[in-house]
Design a protein. Structure first.
Lengths: 115, 113
């Protein structure tokens, strides 16, 4: 079964450093998403991306965050200057369409630890 | 704004028992989708079951079924013949059309041998 692949599985970074989280969505999917889950809390939406532009973003997704689909296969989330509170599990997801018949497929997540 | 509430932070049952996880949501829309996701200790998000709001028939996937009460805005998950591998966090989620998934706070389910 096709998978969404996320790398790395765990990243430790120093506060103030830039970090890039990488995702390879399912190849024929058109819609891409990033979610995050702070330890012990619920999963929160960050951003959705379609047709090479952001289609929706949450208030969490401030100027420190950016997304990019640089080469038609990868989908990246960049955090420019990490804060301690950015420590979380980050999930990438993709879908072919946006109806329920085309549900999301989530990746396994990247655990980001900011020290 | 849509909200999703899971009122049971933790539940625990014996293997082979049936367990029901509760979920309520709030929306003014008529067409939307509801999901249950499982998050095992590996923390991957796995889709368990989904329900389209326009369908009256409750969705079923093997041992997993839902009780969808649209008027009451309730969407509970029933796990029959529970297995040790069902131990996980379970998240209820709401989606309307192209919009984002909105998750509940989760219920930590433990299946005891």
């Amino acid at each position: 079964e096709p998978e969404v692949t996320q790398t790395p599985s765990h990243q430790v970074t120093q506060m103030g450093q830039e970090v890039i989280l990488r995702c390879v969505p399912i190849s024929n999917h058109l819609y891409f998403y990033w979610y995050r889950q702070i330890l012990g809390q619920k999963v929160e939406f960050l951003v959705s991306f379609y047709n090479n532009e952001i289609s929706e973003k949450s208030e969490i997704f401030d100027d420190q965050f950016s997304v990019e689909r640089p080469d038609g296969s990868n989908f990246t989330l960049k955090i420019r200057s990490t804060k301690l509170e950015d420590s979380a599990m980050y999930f990438c997801a993709s879908s072919l369409q946006t109806g329920a018949n085309y549900g999301y497929t989530f990746g396994s997540g990247t655990r980001l630890t900011v020290v | 704004a849509q909200t999703v509430t899971q009122s049971q932070p933790e539940m625990s049952v014996q293997e082979a028992e049936t367990v029901t996880l509760s979920c309520t949501y709030d929306t003014s829309e008529n067409n939307y989708y509801l999901f249950w996701y499982k998050q095992p200790p590996s923390r991957q998000m796995i889709l368990v079951i989904r329900q389209e709001a326009y369908k009256q028939q409750n969705a079923t996937e093997n041992r997993f079924s839902v009780n969808f009460q649209k008027a009451a805005k309730s969407f509970s998950l029933k796990i029959s013949d529970s297995q040790l591998g069902d131990t996980a966090m379970y998240f209820c989620a709401f989606r309307q059309g192209a919009q984002k998934l909105v998750f509940g706070q989760g219920t930590r389910l433990t299946i005891n041998p």
